[in-house]
Design a protein around this ligand. Structure first.
Ligand code: ADP
Length: 481
């Protein structure tokens, strides 16, 4: 099977491919060249309501399956994904832009999330409590929350859904999913994958269209018991407010502004390698991407030189081209933001070492950029850039680096490089973040809890903790024994 066999241009509700009521459609483009890949339905509240009804009906039977049965379905799903990883990765590269090798990595980690939750499905343990009444037994069980609604972004359109669908289905929930309009195919394809894996109709329903209208229905419909969202802090707060008012559970994976601190005692080559991975992966468009580099004065110049060499070596090319290391950005707005941060940094004294402008390939391609002589008053130190821009900021003392790193409303990922054991623990505990990479630039894995604090969100995806957000705690007090 090839990419075209996985491309669907309709909503999937109760096991059927259906168009939006008014038949309206919107276009989806290839991010490397702007050509049209296809069209998707523009759905609104009515279509969303029917998708929720379908998930609600399916919940009655799906939640009663044994954990082993659900685990078996998820195992099959992981297998189907792995068997078709190349075609799925091609679909992802075309609509999202990232290099094929990265896309394949994303598809495979998607499979790993599904496999992990297949394994965890069988470990939804409860507990017994020693009773204060002689004639009673007290049990605590964990039950699926019910129908959940998932809204996903364009930067990891495949694996973001894997984390949500895997955890939710393992818990016994059913769902309605809305992928990003920029990358809808990697969302819609889950319907086909679910069918191939033998997952019952109605368990996964997917629709595309008017984000605000769909989101409004998801957060106000009584049959939805939980909202899970990955995207911007602005939209996340809006959805959390509405979900909170309706007393629904919610988990939010929002923006980040990751600091990357390099201390004098670090292994510099390892730090540069980690810096490149933490910054330029997905052209800088990940929520755990480094936004700000803090480099201790003693090694500042050497670090800057070594990093410059690597940045120059990044091959910018369409994602399907052999050896591509950085693809296009998602759209014109993304480029405008990078340009704004560069102009601001240069106006405030930054020194341009490499790049700084659109790439000669044109379209959405942007040159990997490195700026030195940064400081905390630049926009790049405050706002998420979401693009291939590195700004190096010097510092002298450990406390100073920690203070600057924590000086943000975000708290998703942070990184630091040191070979000092005491410093590892001191800095590791002082940083106010949900995830910390120590001598590591890549930290995401299905076995660990992914998530943030402060404005970066609530809840965790992956790890043992990933199931908690999809389970309610119920206490049974059994008297008369
Ligand atoms: P980004 O800036 O990364 O595109 P967004 O938060 O705008 O992040 O988008 C993430 C997801 O949220 C996408 O699927 C998008 O369609 C959806 N979205 C955007 N606005 C709303 C809204 N008002 N209600 C519900 N979902 C929304």
């Amino acid at each position: 099977m090839n990419m075209r066999d996985f491309l669907h241009e309709a909503n999937f509700v109760a096991g059927q491919w259906v168009q939006a009521d008014a038949g309206e459609r919107m276009v989806v483009t290839d991010k490397a060249n702007g050509s049209v890949i296809g069209h998707i339905p523009v759905s609104g509240a009515a279509e969303t309501r029917r998708a929720i009804d379908a998930a609600h009906v399916a919940f009655t039977s799906f939640s009663k399956l044994t954990a082993g049965e659900r685990a078996g379905m998820l195992q099959s799903l992981a297998g189907v994904i792995r068997n078709h990883a190349d075609a799925l990765a091609e679909l992802l590269t075309n609509e999202q832009g990232k290099p094929f090798a990265e896309a394949k990595g994303e598809v495979l980690i998607g499979a790993s999330y599904i496999q992990w939750f297949a394994e965890e499905a069988r470990r939804v343990y409860g507990e017994t409590i020693p009773s204060p009444w002689a004639d009673r037994r007290m049990l605590v069980v964990r039950e699926p929350v019910g129908v959940f609604a998932a809204i996903t972004p364009w930067n990891f359109p495949f694996s973001m859904l894997a984390r949500k669908v895997g955890a939710g289905l393992a818990a016994g929930c059913t769902c309605v999913v809305k992928p990003s309009e920029f990358t809808p195919y990697c969302g819609l394809v889950w319907a086909q994958l679910a069918q191939m894996a033998g997952i019952p109709d109605g368990v996964i329903n997917i629709l595309t269209g008017d984000a605000a209208a769909i989101g409004e229905e998801m957060t106000s419909n009584d049959k939805v018991r939980k909202i899970t969202f990955t995207g911007s802090t602005r939209v996340g707060k809006l959805l959390a407010e509405r979900a909170g008012a309706a007393m629904k559970r919610f988990s939010m994976e929002l923006g980040g502004n990751a600091p990357f601190i390099v201390f004098d005692d670090a292994d510099l080559d390892a730090a540069v390698e980690g810096a490149m991975a933490a910054k330029y992966r997905n052209a800088g468009q990940t929520c755990v991407c480094t936004n700000r580099f803090y480099v201790q004065r003693g090694i500042y110049d050497e670090f800057a030189e070594k990093m410059a060499e690597k940045v120059v070596g990044l091959k910018v090319a369409p994602g399907m081209e052999e050896g591509a290391m950085q693809g296009p950005l998602i759209n014109e707005a993304a480029i405008a933001k990078v340009e704004d941060h560069i102009a601001d940094a240069l106006a405030k004294g930054g020194v341009l070492k490499i790049g700084g402008k659109r790439h000669e390939l044109g379209g959405n391609f942007f040159a990997p950029t490195l700026i030195t002589a940064g400081h905390q008053e630049m926009k790049v130190a405050r706002e998420e850039t979401f693009g291939p821009l590195s700004v190096l900021i010097p510092f002298d003392q450990e406390e100073e680096a920690i203070a600057m790193a924590n000086d943000t409303e975000y708290g998703l990922a942070a990184y630091f490089y040191t070979r000092d054991l005491g410093r590892t623990f001191r800095v590791g505990s002082a940083l106010e973040y949900g995830m910390i990479g120590i001598n590591a630039g890549i930290i995401t894995t299905e076995v660990a809890p992914f998530g943030g604090v402060k404005d970066s969100g609530q809840g965790r995806e992956g790890g043992r903790q990933g199931l908690d957000d999809y389970l309610n705690v119920k206490y049974l007090s059994i008297a008369g024994i």
